[in-house]
Design a protein around this ligand. Structure first.
Ligand SMILES: [Zn+2]
Length: 611
């Protein structure tokens, strides 16, 4: 009876905790947009109208709302312009180009007229943010209707959006309409646009675009009409459900190809063919479909009915249900950029962390699954084992930056790094290393399963770092607060060393040293002349547990992080040691691997002492 009673109690407990967990934070704002856009392609201007149902699902009454007006960044003297002219390593695409734009090539959004439930709102344009004073607060749990009209000028393409990119694509329409800033459990996020990383409100989009009849369009969302039908009327209509943004691209010379990924998802490729690069675009679908199938399997099912790879923009940039990539590329380059942008669909579009604040949870996680994917669809030839394996470029980039002294902590807001390089290395490389290196603590299999769990648990919920940490803790049973604190919030680095070896008849005494300032569990492997080996896993006390041991591995006593030295007695039983190595699986971003290995000559003493 008692056992049954305990069993029932624990089932109830699990049900309660899992439902609380699944609902946290329990609410999301929602903005459902209906837009009608009339484009003047000669002046690069458009007139916009929108009708938005805004649901305030938060526990707070809102007396103002914020909206982005990204195009206003493309004017001389804007924050984006000034930042680009003052940072020591400006993005070459921006440089001083904004300051040199003639007035007819500026971007702007103006003449904004906005009502809420028919009552006028006071809109103050603070450069890239519209600050909207509401006639009445939006009560918690209520829905209101916003009606807006505005005029916009599309900037000459400098960064991401704009007309006439360097490959001649006429309109790359991204970050192009007044868009609600997100209000989430962390409050308002009305950060001005100075060039990178986004955060958005989920909602449904119903967008009608009027263009001269010669244009072809690709967009977020699906159209009931074929491109030919839409082109013949000059009216393009798209619908998208549960997305955080809407992007489109237009050019008179687009060609379309559609392939099937699964029974639920098709893929469009939209580009302007030219002699030099058409063959790469013709081969791209084979790789892109394989990549999407891999990611469906590796992370979780892509939830939208369509994905579009379109030529446009200024490199590669992710949007919900689509990416814009520059197209004049070799096949490897085209596949590489496509796989990266497509991989964003899982983290940027669906899980959708606030990537301005937690850029590593988007760019880093995306880079991690991109590397896993590329390893499968286009394996690299590796002549020797490299640190980080498929992720070695990121390990190399991160370690180089850490040793340069110019590293900035991952917890820095994406816009606020001192240099573009520090941002890039942190968000992409260190973010990727963070995930791969987790394998050294909780095991690679558990980490992979944890990532799937993270995707299914946190899709459409804007999780933060703690939510990811908790998924990995639940998956592994190991405390991980120290890992995320060190690796995200500080620039402490890992360096462990073999300090000394003293071999007697039957045993060897090995002393390890924590040289660096970040603690990590360690793996130590001894390889013997007779072909056998011994591997010890040394957890940290603060982990309160350890990963599952692989065959042939032994668990050693925990290492308190406070202790610079750790002594291990190994029963070598008179066998001759060939070498001893720390982190033999090459999973840790140890900034000095010179002191990780000791190799003995085939004769002579088996003793070693590092100065
Ligand atoms: Zn990216």
């Amino acid at each position: 009876m008692k056992a049954t009673h305990v069993f029932l109690l624990s089932v109830t407990y699990l049900l309660i905790t899992s439902s609380v967990f699944a609902q946290y934070p329990g609410w999301q704002q929602k903005a459902n947009y209906k837009m009608d856009i009339k484009v003047d392609t000669e002046l690069h201007q458009y007139d916009g109208k929108m009708d938005v149902m805004y649901e305030n699902n938060s526990p707070d009454d809102l007396n103002k709302v914020f909206m982005y007006a990204f195009f206003n960044a493309f004017q001389p003297g804007s924050m984006m312009d000034v930042r680009s002219r003052n940072i020591s390593d400006p993005d070459s695409r921006v440089g001083s180009r904004i300051s040199e734009l003639p007035k007819e090539e500026w971007g702007w959004i103006k003449d904004v007229i906005l009502t809420m439930d028919g009552m006028p709102c006071k809109v103050t344009i603070e450069e890239t943010i519209l600050v909207v004073a509401l006639p009445l607060p939006i009560a918690s749990g209520s829905e209101v209707n916003f009606q807006m009209s505005w005029k916009a000028q599309v900037p000459r393409q400098i960064r991401r959006s704009g007309w006439m990119n360097k490959e001649g694509i006429e309109l790359s329409m991204t970050q192009w309409y007044p868009k609600f800033c997100e209000y989430d459990h962390e409050g308002w996020h009305s950060h001005p646009y100075i060039g990178r990383e986004f955060h958005g409100v989920w909602g449904n989009y119903d967008v009608t675009i009027h263009l001269p009849k010669r244009y072809s369009v690709a967009a977020t969302g699906i159209s009931k009409k074929t491109p030919e039908q839409s082109k013949s009327t000059g009216i393009w209509h798209f619908r998208a459900s549960n997305v955080i943004d809407f992007a489109w691209v237009a050019d008179p010379d687009f060609t379309y190809e559609t392939v099937s990924v699964s029974k639920d998802t098709k893929m469009n490729l939209v580009y302007v063919p030219n002699d030099e690069y058409e063959s790469a675009w013709l081969e791209l679908p084979r790789f892109a479909v394989q990549a999407m199938r891999f990611l469906n399997d590796f992370v979780g099912e892509y939830p939208y009915p369509q994905y579009t790879i379109a030529q446009g923009g200024d490199g590669g940039m992710e949007y919900p249900m689509m990416t814009l990539v520059t197209g004049d590329r070799s096949l490897p380059s085209l596949v590489g950029v496509t796989v990266h942008e497509m991989a964003h669909s899982w983290f940027q579009a669906v899980v959708a962390t606030n990537e301005a604040l937690y850029e590593w949870m988007d760019e880093g996680f995306t880079s991690w699954i991109e590397s896993e994917c590329m390893e499968v669809i286009s394996p690299r030839e590796m002549t020797q084992e490299t640190v980080g394996g498929a992720h070695s470029y990121s390990y190399y980039g991160y370690i180089k930056q850490a040793l340069s002294g110019n590293e900035e902590a991952l917890s820095t807001h994406a816009d606020h790094y001192t240099t573009n390089r520090a941002y890039g290395v942190a968000a992409y490389a260190k973010g990727e290393v963070l995930v791969e290196q987790l394998g050294a603590i909780i095991g690679e299999q558990v980490r992979n399963e944890g990532m799937k769990k993270y995707f299914t648990t946190w899709s459409f919920k804007h999780p933060g770092p703690t939510d990811f940490k908790r998924v990995m803790e639940r998956a592994s049973g190991i405390e991980l607060d120290w890992y995320f604190d060190y690796f995200v919030n500080t620039t402490h680095t890992i360096d462990y060393a073999i300090k000394s070896i003293n071999t007697r008849k039957d045993t060897s005494t090995i002393v390890l040293e924590k040289v660096g300032t970040m603690p990590m569990p360690q793996d130590l492997r001894l390889t013997f002349k007779d072909g056998t080996s011994l591997t010890y896993h040394i957890p940290l006390v603060i982990m309160r547990g350890h990963r599952k041991m692989n065959q042939g591995e032994e668990i050693a006593l925990d290492w308190p992080w406070t202790n610079p030295l750790y002594t291990l007695e190994v029963p070598t039983q008179g066998k001759r040691i060939l070498n001893i190595s720390l982190d033999p699986l090459l999973l840790q971003a140890d900034v000095n691997r010179e002191n990780n290995k000791v190799v003995f000559k085939s004769v002579g003493k088996q003793n070693f002492e590092r100065d």
